[in-house]
Design a protein around this ligand. Structure first.
Ligand SMILES: C[S@@+](CC[C@H](N)C(=O)[O-])C[C@H]1O[C@@H](n2cnc3c(N)ncnc32)[C@H](O)[C@@H]1O
Length: 175
């Protein structure tokens, strides 16, 4: 399988907050950001929500910047940054997974996340869907001339994130 290369583009501050609110992030949650870039999501998760957060980032320069930010803000006890490849990182400790990747990359992660994540784990994705999963909720965030999509998935059962027939349809929420 060829791993998809996803470039660094950061989520805006507004989208970061909306994603963390959408997953109802709590202080005892462990959040993983798959490709944490400059660390803005893991910092917000620890600083404003009191969660423990882990960023997995393949680019060393970005990982160094992210962990520098955590140190500067005295948040190193609650933030970990790993230089590495999320495709080979064990996800079983995560209560919440954040993704701002591409649909093809999400597709490659689906079976790994289905297998490794605990029951009731939440996955939130900025702009790109997990194509074989049904979102529990989705939301549009308008920011000037830009519309962002946010998809929330919850591992409701051992089979994974696929919802059973007959379950209620999605509710669009526009902010
Ligand atoms: C679109 S950016 C998102 C950054 C951050 N999560 C945010 O939303 O602001 C995707 C990030 O994933 C990283 N990345 C791409 N493939 C990766 C992989 N296989 N393992 C770890 N990081 C990866 C990129 O270097 C980039 O920083």
């Amino acid at each position: 399988m060829t791993e998809i290369d996803v470039p660094f583009v950061s989520s805006s501050g507004l989208v970061v907050v909306k994603m963390l609110e959408m997953v109802k992030l709590k202080p005892n949650d462990v959040l993983f950001d798959l490709g944490c870039g400059d660390g803005r999501i893991i910092v917000e998760a620890a600083q404003s929500f009191g969660a423990t957060s882990v960023g997995i980032e393949k680019r060393r320069d970005l990982a160094v910047a992210a962990s520098g930010k955590a140190k500067e803000l005295n948040l190193s006890r609650r933030i970990g940054v790993i230089v590495g490849d999320f495709y080979s990182f064990d996800m079983s400790r995560a209560d919440v997974v954040v993704s701002y990747l591409l649909t093809v990359a999400n597709k490659q992660l689906e079976s790994k996340l289905e297998k490794e994540l605990k029951l009731k784990a939440r996955v939130v994705s900025h702009d790109f869907e997990f194509p074989d999963w049904k979102p529990t909720q989705f939301m549009m965030v308008n920011e000037g001339w830009l519309d962002h999509k946010i998809f929330l998935y919850v591992k409701e059962n051992q089979e994974g994130f696929k919802r059973k027939d007959g379950e209620p349809e999605l509710a669009w929420k526009s902010l």
